[in-house]
Structures are given as C-alpha cells and as structure tokens.
Design a protein around this ligand. Structure first.
Ligand SMILES: Nc1ncnc2c1ncn2[C@@H]1O[C@H](COP(=O)(O)OP(=O)(O)OP(=O)(O)O)[C@@H](O)[C@H]1O
Length: 590
C-alpha cells in the first residue's frame, strides 16, 4: 500500500475518530475476555485433575470460576455489541461522506470531462466503489483489529504458557508474511481491473435503458441480452482470477494455522508425557493456538478486503483530485447585469473527445445587444457548438469570446450562466412537477414570487394545457419529462428560461415538426421570450430567419456571409441563397 493512499484512507476515517476509538476500547475488552477463556479453562482442568473425588474445596473453586466466567461473558457480550454497533454505523457515515464528496467533485467537473465518461460508469463509482471502500474500512478494520489483538494476546499467552511450544508455532510466521505481501499487491491490481470492467458494463446498460424505445423499436432485446452476457463473462473471468488468488491465500493461511495445531499436539503431547507440562497448560495452549489460527483466517479476510478497498479507492481519488478546467468559484463577479454585447474573435475549437477535428476555425461573430442573430448552416456545421461556447461549457483552444468586452475566461462562470438563458432543440426536464421544472430556472440565491411564476406560466402558454390537468402546475412530468408532449416540454423549457430573466438568450429551434396549433403556441411563447434580449438563435424555420436582425451563415467552421434576409437573398450564388434553395438549414422552410 502506498504511503499516501494509506494516509488518505486514514484521513477519511478521521471524522469518526472518537467513535472508532470507543469501538476499539470495546474491542480490547471483548478480545481480552475471549482470550481469558483458555486460561480459566486450563485452571479448571488442573483443579479438577489434581483433586481426587468430590470434595468441598474443589466444588467451591469450580463454582467461583463458573460465576466469574458468567460475569465476564456478559461483559464480553455487551462489549461485542457496542463494537459492532459503533463500527457499523461509522462505516455507513464514512460511505455517505465519500459519496457526497465524490458526487460534488463529479458535478463540479466541466462538460468535456463528462463527454469522456459514461453516466453508467459514474453511477457505478458512486455506488459500488464507495461501498467497497467504506466496507474495507470501518467494519472490516474492526474485525481486522480484533483478529490482530487476538493473535497478539494469543501469541503472548502461548509464550507465557510454554515458550518451547510457542517457538515451534512461530516457524510459520515468515512464510505467511511473504504470502500476504504477494497476495495484497495482486488483489489491489485485479480489483481495479475488475471495477473498470464493471463500470464499462454499467455504462453499456445505462445507455440501453436510457434508449429503451429504440431497443424495442428494432426488436433488439435478445441481441442486447447476449451482448450484455458476453461483457459479464469478461468480468467473470477477471473475478475468477481474484477468487483463485483468494482461495490459494486462504488455503495456505488455513493450512499454516492447522500446521501450528499439529506441531503443538505432537510436541506438546511429548512434553506432557515427559511431565514437563501439565494437561491444563497443554489444553490452554491448544485453545490459544486455535484462537490464533482462527484469527489468522480473520486477518487474511481483513487484508483481502482492505486491498480491494485500496484498489477501489484509487478510482475515487482520481476523481476527487481532478481539477476542473472551468472552476465555478473564480473570476470577476460584476454587480450589475450585462449589456449583452457578445463577441467571438478568431475562435478555434475541437471537442475533447475529437481533439484533432476542429469544428470552428477562426470563427468571428458579434451579437448586438437587444437584437436577434440567426445562425444558419448545414447539419453538423457547428451551430450548437457556438451556443455551448457562449455558455462556457467548453473553452476554445484559440481566439477568445467576450461579453461586454470581458474575456469569458476572466468572468465567474456562474455569473455568466445566470445571465444567459437557453432553450434547446429537445429540452430536458427533470422528474418532478411542472412547477419545480419552471423554478429550476431561478438563479441560485434569488427568490421568485408566485406572481412572477404565474406570469411566466401565462407568457409561455402553459396554462393552456395545465388548466385541464387535475393537479395543474403540480402535475408530475415523469423522468426526463416523458409524460409531456414535445410542444408542452418546449413551453415548460421556455418558462424556465423566462423566469431567469436573462440578458442573453440561446435558442436552438426544434427540427422536429409540431402540429400547427402546438407550433403556434410555442412560437407565441418564444416571441414573448426574445423581446428586449440579445438573442442567438439556431434557426431552422424560414420565418425565424426572416425576422432576425442579422443572419450569419456558418460553413467550414467560420461565418461566410452575414446580413439581413433581403441583403443575403440578393447575393447571387451566395451560400445563404443556396441553403434556402436546398432547404438545408432544417425541416421548417415555412
Ligand atoms: N460532444 C461532442 N464530442 C465530439 N464531437 C461532437 C460533440 N458534439 C458535437 N460534435 C461534433 O461537432 C460537430 C458540430 O456539431 P453541432 O451539434 O454544433 O452541429 P449543428 O450545426 O448544431 O448540427 P444540427 O443542425 O444537425 O443540430 C458535428 O460534426 C458533431 O459530430
């Protein structure tokens, strides 16, 4: 175990140090009591063997020992209860703390990091890895310490009872230590590989569950099950390796323990026959040797779990240590709202997952405050990417983006996002009520009145469908808003953007057609939303494009033409004219 890893694990349990210390105190008491049994037993045997017949002295002695043992056992039971209780609850709290820190650390990362990880993998780390680490710590440490204490006391008592016999027993110690080191290293490595594999499997399953309609539409259930089974088999093979190593280790440690007992039986029997050891002492010794052997098994178990926990913790530290490239808590925090003067200056950008494929190349564009700029271009030209950069969900590799003359990289990202509203092509809602989804748009730290909420609901044409629902705004929308229609979801998303009252608005128009009534309701809501704001719209409808103050045509990663609809349409062989002619900007030419 690396020193820093061990130190970090200790740090993790530091918050529970008093509880754990109390647990250790109970552990000492319960172990001491367990370990006193062979001693008393030896005394009782010698007492019985040394007296002939049933006499009062022997009976009194027996009674006293029995009463004493009863009292001691009650105390031992209580101490054991407290030990398990304290360590068990401490384990739960440690896992909770680890999960909380990990979740925080994950959510704080920039979007580019999430692109490289699947949600299934992250969920797996959050549930499985943290559980393994917690499990390997407190309860396991409690059992491990107990085993260690029993071995220490047991060995001490073995030496006290018969130094010669103890020497014979000690022969197995170096062999066991060597085995433990080799095994520990192996388990750590294999646990990591196994967890990586399971994370990959969860990622796979999560994608299928998330898109179950597609799986069913193409009748791929059987094939999906087979593909999943194959992945499970790969993980199983890794698991087998771990089990094999564990079996060998446990087999050898068990054998070593029993080897002690055989040696003691043989050599101890000889000593009794030679009258250099009493039967009571041999019995005590045998029981101590038995305890030590059993505790060695317990210690192996502890060691195995601890190493699995260390393997799992490596994957957690990786995330906890990761510095987000777009931290939320740094940068300028202007006190007033922005004017909304946005500029892209020679921006070069590629996604982290495809670093060599530049989506934007020397891209420049200005958004005039209070005006609507429509971006048009072929599918995949990079229109949505521009919106992502303006929200600073990614940073460009070259050039800069400014808001009111300030480089986005120098502004606090939270302030920026509080002032930018976005309605995407396929708006995502969260499970909860319609009201909760609208209030999701309220900037953190700000309060919104019921009056404003009602106004926003009206402006976004939401009342039109909630009035017919028994629970109105308190109707549940289902996971990802699946219980609402496309048009209803869009209107909730518009309300969510409206309640934020952003200076800048990013609109990614839906390419999928809504029916005429829905379309009109969404359009009305949008018209109210854009009033008085700086708007960047990724336009697919010809009507939106016509109404825009400025149209920018994106091609080959840069703006190739700019102007009003009339100006662009007058350009012979212009890119815009070609787009309009081929209807290549989307599915809504009208
Ligand atoms: N997260 C990502 N990782 C890697 N590449 C991406 C990612 N998102 C988008 N891309 C790629 O970047 C390019 C631009 O995508 P973008 O979504 O900006 O296009 P678009 O112009 O909005 O297209 P559409 O009109 O079809 O929505 C595409 O080639 C796409 O494949």
């Amino acid at each position: 175990m690396g020193k820093s890893e061990f130190g970090r694990l200790l740090n993790l349990v530091a918050s529970e140090k008093w509880v754990l210390l109390a647990g250790i105190a109970c552990l000492v008491v319960s172990s001491a009591i367990t370990m006193s049994v062979p001693f008393f037993l030896g005394k009782v045997i010698d007492l019985v063997f040394n007296k002939s017949g049933l006499n009062k002295g022997a009976l009194d002695g027996l009674q006293q020992f029995s009463l004493l043992l009863f009292g001691i056992f009650v105390l031992g039971g209580l101490a054991n209860f407290a030990r398990v209780y304290l360590f068990g609850n401490a384990a739960l709290r440690i896992v909770r703390l680890l999960r909380s820190r990990l979740y925080r650390s994950m959510l704080m990362q920039e979007v580019g990091w999430f692109d490289t990880k699947g949600t299934g993998e992250l969920i797996n780390r959050l549930s499985n890895d943290t559980y393994m680490v917690g499990n390997s710590l407190s309860q396991n440490v409690s059992d491990g310490l107990r085993s260690l204490a029993m071995i220490a006391v047991g060995s001490g008592m073995m030496i006290y009872t018969s130094p010669q016999l103890a020497m014979v027993s000690a022969l197995v110690v170096p062999a066991m230590a060597g085995m433990a080191i080799v095994y520990g290293r192996y388990v750590r490595r294999i646990t990591r590989t196994e967890l990586d594999k399971y994370a990959e499997i969860m990622k796979y399953a999560e994608e299928r569950f998330g898109n179950v309609k597609t799986v069913k539409t193409f009748c791929r259930e059987q094939q999906e099950v087979i593909a999943f089974d194959e992945k499970l088999n790969e993980a199983l093979k890794i698991g087998y390796k771990e089990t094999r190593a564990r079996s060998i280790f446990f087999g050898l440690t068990g054998f070593s323990g029993n080897f002690i007992i055989i040696s003691v039986l043989y050599y101890g029997g000889t000593l009794v026959l030679e009258n250099s050891l009493t039967i009571g002492a041999l019995t005590s010794f045998m029981l101590y040797a038995g305890y030590v052997a059993v505790s060695m098994n317990g210690l192996s178990n502890f060691y195995s779990l601890l190493n699995k926990g260390i393997g799992a913790s490596e994957r957690i530290w990786e995330i906890l240590d990761r510095k987000c490239s777009i931290p939320l808590d740094v940068g300028l925090l202007p006190t007033s709202k922005p004017v909304g003067d946005v500029g892209f200056h020679g921006v070069n950008f590629s996604f982290p997952t495809r670093p060599d494929s530049f989506v934007l190349k020397d891209f420049s564009l200005n958004l005039t405050p209070g005006q609507t700029t429509a971006i048009v271009g072929r599918s995949g030209a990079g229109k949505t990417t521009i919106a992502l950069l303006l929200l600073r969900l990614y940073d460009p590799q070259g050039g800069s983006i400014t808001m009111d003359g300030m480089d986005l990289r120098t502004i606090n990202p939270q302030w920026l996002r509080n002032n930018v509203g976005a309605v995407s092509q396929e708006p995502v809602l969260f499970s909860g009520t319609i009201r909760e989804n609208i209030l999701y748009g309220v900037n953190p730290g700000e309060d919104q009145s019921e009056e404003l909420l009602q106004r926003v609901v009206e402006e976004a044409n939401i009342g039109q469908f909630t009035n017919n629902l028994p629970d109105g705004l308190d109707t549940l929308v289902g996971q990802r808003g699946m219980m609402l229609s496309g048009g209803q979801k869009q209107r909730v998303a518009i309300a969510r953007a409206l309640i934020k009252n952003p200076t800048i608005l990013l609109l990614d128009e839906a390419t999928s057609a809504l029916d005429a009534v829905s379309e009109q309701l969404v359009q009305n809501a949008l018209d109210r939303l854009i009033k008085g704001r700086t708007v960047l719209t990724i336009a697919h409808r010809l009507s939106t494009i016509r109404n825009a103050d400025n149209i920018a045509v994106l091609d080959g990663g840069r703006i190739v033409e700019q102007g009003t609809y009339d100006i662009l349409m007058r350009m012979e062989e212009g890119a815009f004219r070609e787009l309009v002619a081929t209807q290549a900007f989307g599915s809504h030419p009208s």
